[in-house]
Design a protein around this ligand. Structure first.
Ligand code: GLN
Length: 483
């Protein structure tokens, strides 16, 4: 792996770091220092982080080293630096969602995923930048300013988990967590050339994830390799009584099946997601991925998921509707910012006017409208019916095939300012990722080559609910094929 500024660094895949730390061959302290150095060298240019928790990270590393010296095994992520999207609650560490309205708020508890990472020996190095409240596709809607794509700093890293994707791509941390409501892990992973996974809805506890659209939100990993993504998912997945939508299933066994290959698996290329609006170079890479799976023994065919074409429209009613309700809690009383005014009602208005950015306000208004009496059936109700159709179309497709293949994004990373003037064109970035959020199915993006200008292109592997194991097998085959 290459370090900051082309300097070769000793930083490597998470599983290698953990193995060395567990055996006492490398200290967690040294590992953390190496990554903090890499961050110091390039963070000013990229702005991947809202906060860097250097001191805490060094303390945690020292503690891990003492445990190893005492004969303890800190776990499968021993000493591995991790970057957390800044909408995951961290006890005593600011959690802002890149919004002014949460300025100064320090959660009194850790998200379940944060607890599980720590219990596995991982070390948090910082909280990463995002589009405010995870609403966006470029990190340009962040109150702390945009993150730059490490591959080409004139371009966006994608969003909303752009800071996490950039942090992994820049070698600031070998792994990171993001959240994916409509594509916010997979799209930035594709733009930055890293692996990004949205697990099955309910696979990973959402306890401590600041809610955007609760029926769609799901936490997942970023990593430089498929194996590292599998390792992180094994650590964070599994039932959690603190999240009522968490599935009562143990974490999936992924590392064990990673080398099983795809011989005999049936894979369908989604016809609707290769059409109009998807760049030729992205279509070419997706077809190349289909050929790679075919060459590895999969039975590849084209399949139709007709309702997928309506995913975007349904999503932009359902997600804002849920957001308008979830974001009602930011009233200037309980969290962060308060702008004082003569009465409570005026204080609420002044705080929300000052605290929320334009995109968040747009979503709240769209959602409130979609839910309002007289329009509810026409908008929200209809969107829910489309959601059901999408689920049925996926179910029909999965009677014929085991996995689906599609582009992750219609284009490669775009330039700053290209889409900020036209919200609809920004929303279109998620046309290929949104259907899996609506169905609740798992999907992941795997880097599969480059387009014009050396910009990374990701292909998306989709699976039926709880089908992560087969999904990861296909991802591993693609990763091997592109080496
Ligand atoms: N870009 C999409 C949106 O703006 C998805 C966001 C997400 O997945 N958090 O809503």
């Amino acid at each position: 792996m290459t370090g900051a500024g082309g300097r070769p660094g000793p930083r490597g895949p998470a599983h290698e770091i953990a193995a060395a730390v567990r055996r006492g061959e490398r200290t967690a302290a040294l590992v953390v220092d190496e990554y903090l150095e890499a961050i110091a060298a390039r963070e000013e240019e990229l702005h991947a982080f809202n906060v860097i928790t250097a001191e805490r990270a060094r303390e945690a590393a020292a503690l891990l080293d003492r445990r190893v010296a005492a004969g303890d095994d800190p776990g499968p992520l021993a000493g591995v630096p991790v970057a957390l999207k800044d909408n995951l609650c961290t006890r005593g560490v600011p959690t802002t969602c890149s919004s002014r309205i949460l300025a100064g708020w320090k959660p009194p508890y850790d998200a379940t995923v944060v607890e599980r990472l720590a219990a596995a020996g991982a070390v948090v190095v910082g909280k990463t930048n995002l589009d405010e409240f995870a609403m966006g596709s470029s990190t340009e809607h962040s109150a702390t300013g945009p993150t730059r794509n490490p591959v080409d700093t004139e371009r966006v890293p994608g969003g909303s988990s752009g800071g996490s994707a950039a942090a992994v791509a820049a070698g600031f941390a070998p792994i990171a967590l993001g959240s994916d409501t409509g594509g916010s892990i997979r799209q930035p992973a594709a733009f930055c050339g890293v692996v990004g996974v949205k697990p099955t809805y309910g696979r990973v506890s959402r306890y401590g994830l600041v809610a955007f659209a609760s029926s769609l939100d799901q936490i997942g990993p970023f990593a430089t390799t498929v194996a590292d993504a599998a390792l992180v998912l094994e650590v964070i997945a599994g039932h959690d009584p603190l999240d009522s939508t968490s599935v009562a299933e143990p974490a999936p066994d992924l590392l064990r099946v990673l080398d099983d290959g795809v011989a005999g698996l049936r894979v369908g290329v989604v016809r609707e997601l290769l059409g109009e609006g998807v760049d030729a170079e992205v279509v070419e890479r997706t077809r190349a991925a289909a050929e790679a799976l075919d060459a590895a023994g999969a039975v590849v065919d084209e399949v139709s998921v007709p309702a997928a074409a309506y995913g975007l429209s349904a999503y932009y009613l359902i997600a804002p509707a849920e957001a308008s309700s979830n974001l009602a809690r930011y009233d200037g009383v309980r969290y962060g910012l308060r702008v004082d005014a003569a009465s409570t009602a005026e204080m609420n208005v002044a705080t929300r006017t000052e605290g929320f950015g334009d995109e968040v306000k747009r979503r709240i208004m769209l959602g409130t409208y979609a839910l309002s009496a007289g329009y509810y059936d026409a908008y929200y109700g209809k969107a829910q019916r489309v959601r059901t159709l999408i689920i049925r179309d996926f179910d029909a497709a999965y009677e014929r095939v085991d996995l689906l293949l599609a582009p992750t994004t219609p284009t490669t990373a775009f330039r700053f300012g290209d889409k900020t003037g036209d919200p609809l064109s920004m929303y279109l970035s998620d046309v290929c990722t949104i259907p899996s959020n609506l169905s609740g199915h798992p999907a992941m993006s795997v880097p599969f080559g480059f387009g014009a200008g050396g910009l990374p292109i990701g292909v998306q592997v989709l699976a039926p609910a709880l089908g992560e194991a087969a999904m990861f097998r296909a991802a591993a085959v693609l990763e091997e094929a592109i080496k």
